[in-house]
Write a protein that binds this ligand. Structure first.
Ligand code: F6P
Length: 412
């Protein structure tokens, strides 16, 4: 049966969003369906209801992008980061009039279903709107933080890992040339996946993530100084320290410049230690530190092979779910392939985490990524407190690393 479906992107952008949009439009059009791109997250529904945009303007056609000369007709969406639809990260709409217009927009467009490409926060918000409006919703997970529960991977994470890994590689040589300690602040909200994965791949000496180091402490600083002193005694004068943005300061408060704070603290502590009578700390006298906050560069870049593949597979799965009228699902990546979960089943756990201010999908402190880092001798901090877990069901034991090369050989 022919369907009219909507698609929107919500929350922070990331590489691979356009690849999802492209695949949804291509596949849906092949099935003879119509696709409507809702601009700026759910706010696009409001624009439509208020007459600021027409149904025809919302309709997305494949190859709708005019490029000059021989590039005419090239579908560049697969390569571009950002979102052609625009995205919104302004939290839950509370104004009743705004909510009414959003729900009216879905109804007036006569949509059979909506594909929302969103992260952990958007999932919660759009689920509530969908319940209120009786929408047929399918959610595709995206975020460089990789913190959406029940999926091992979200669109955008792989590219961000590559970006951070490359940045660490680049910083290695300037760190070495000036015999400096480079402290690199990595995004991830309250999760340490991006820091841990790229820290390992990028050759970091120390990686501080909120799951293991919720806040800086005197012990952490001492541990880092000891680590640097040992490196120096072994003949290496530089070091790379990755700190996830979710790690709090000494006062337990969020610090948007936590890398700069740590760099300053480390320099001071190293000098203090070098002035004590301990021979082992003499090598810390000349320690110099610098901080780099990678910032929104982590959300940019051409999506990697793997992000384009999961973006495309997620899109096809979402369209298939709608074709089967199997609604209110989160598309997920598990054991090297796509699957889906019922939102009804998973949302209570996710909402509980949000209420308790707990990351719904943290790094498993006992998992293999942590073991891998520790096995390389990477310093992961002193605090190893286990996170609180949901009393009924835990979201997942670990974000397993899928093996992209296995995708093609999966018997499915
Ligand atoms: O969730 C993605 C993310 O990039 C986080 O890693 C980061 O904390 C946040 O978004 C930044 O948000 P904004 O772009 O609104 O500053």
């Amino acid at each position: 049966m022919k369907k009219r479906i909507g698609i929107l992107t919500s929350g922070g952008d990331c590489p691979g969003l356009n690849a999802v949009i492209r695949a949804v439009v291509k596949y849906a059009n092949l099935r003879g369906w119509e696709v409507f791109g809702i601009p700026r997250g759910t706010d696009g529904f409001i624009d439509y209801v208020r007459g600021e945009i027409t149904e025809e303007q919302l309709r997305i056609q494949p190859h709708g992008y005019d490029l000059p000369g021989v590039l005419q007709g090239l579908d560049i969406l697969q390569f571009m980061s950002g979102s052609v639809l625009g995205s919104l990260s302004k939290g839950n709409p509370r104004d009743e009039k705004v909510i009414k217009d959003i729900l009216e927009g879905y109804k007036r467009l006569k949509l059979d279903a909506l594909i929302a490409i969103g992260g952990d926060g958007s999932l919660d918000i759009i689920y509530d709107l969908a319940k209120k409006g009786g929408w047929n919703l399918v959610v595709i997970p995206k975020t460089i933080d990789n913190d959406v529960a029940f999926t091992e991977r979200s669109v955008g994470f792989d590219t961000a890992c590559n970006t951070v890994t490359q940045a660490l590689y680049d910083l290695t040589f300037t760190a070495a040339s000036h015999e400096r300690i480079m402290v690199v602040q990595v995004m991830g909200r309250d999760a340490g996946h991006l820091s841990l994965h790229s820290g390992i791949a990028g050759g970091a000496d120390c990686i501080l993530i909120p799951e293991l180091t919720p806040k800086l402490t005197e012990e952490t600083l001492q541990g880092l100084c000891d680590y640097i002193a040992q490196l120096r005694r072994d003949g290496r004068k530089f070091a790379l320290i990755v700190i996830a943005e979710g790690v709090r300061g000494l006062d337990g408060k969020k610090d948007p410049h936590i890398a700069e704070t740590l760099a300053a603290l480390l320099k001071e502590r190293c000098h203090q230690l070098s002035c004590t009578d301990k021979e082992d700390y003499r090598c810390l006298a000349q320690v110099d530190t610098r901080a780099t906050i990678l910032g929104h560069l982590q959300r940019c870049g051409v999506p990697t092979y793997f992000d384009r593949i999961i973006a495309t597979m997620f899109a096809i799965k979402a369209v298939d779910l709608i074709g089967e009228e199997c609604y209110n699902r989160l598309v997920i990546w598990q054991n090297g392939t796509v699957d889906s979960k019922s939102l009804e089943q998973i949302m209570p756990m996710i909402k509980w985490c949000h209420q308790e201010n707990i990351c719904p999908s943290p790094v498993d402190p006992e998992g293999f990524m942590v073991k891998t880092a520790l096995s390389l001798g990477i310093y992961l901090g002193e605090n190893r407190t286990l996170p609180k877990t949901f009393p009924i069901e835990s979201s997942q034991s670990e974000k397993r690393i899928p093996a992209p090369e296995l995708v093609g050989s999966n018997p499915e």
